[in-house]
Design a protein around this ligand. Structure first.
Ligand SMILES: [Zn+2]
Length: 152
């Protein structure tokens, strides 16, 4: 009786490790700092789900033609023709380039929002809402610090 109890807890312990370990490995593999020059604030937004203060991004008034890339890994995320002025204080886009992001439901602050992450490096970029003014109906609300604009 005593022995079987011990074996049982050993098996239970091993299976718990087996369940937890692969998740941890997946998590670590999908979220990583690639750009060694990221600032403390950029890291806080991209890897700690932080948010930059509104109306602080230099990209708010960016109107040139080109593409917006991930500040961490360089992944191409938005084309300039999808950018619009939402008045929220964060760079906003009506659509992302195909396969640019992966989404996840964020239930923080008592709200249910769709959070999106760079599909290549896993860095958090912002939230997407269904109140966009254009045909797509989407509004990607992106932290400017997570983006690098490359003019055409
Ligand atoms: Zn990235």
């Amino acid at each position: 009786m005593k022995l079987s109890k011990r074996i049982f807890s050993k098996i239970l312990g091993l299976s718990i490790i087996a369940i937890i370990f692969p998740f941890k490995t997946i998590f670590a593999a999908t979220k990583k700092i690639i750009n060694p020059n990221l600032s403390k604030e950029q890291k806080n937004i991209m890897f700690n789900e932080g948010t930059e203060r509104p109306f602080t991004s230099d990209l708010l008034n960016e109107k040139r033609k080109g593409f917006y890339h991930c500040a961490n890994c360089g992944n191409k995320l938005f084309a300039s023709n999808s950018k619009f002025n939402s008045g929220t204080g964060w760079p906003s886009f009506s659509e992302a380039l195909p396969g640019a992001f992966k989404t996840k439901i964020d239930r923080s602050f008592g709200m249910e929002r769709i959070e999106y992450h760079c599909a290549k490096c896993g860095a958090h970029h912002g939230h997407v809402f269904n109140d966009g003014p254009r045909e797509s109906g989407k509004r990607f609300c992106n932290n400017g610090l997570c983006l690098i604009f490359k003019p055409e």
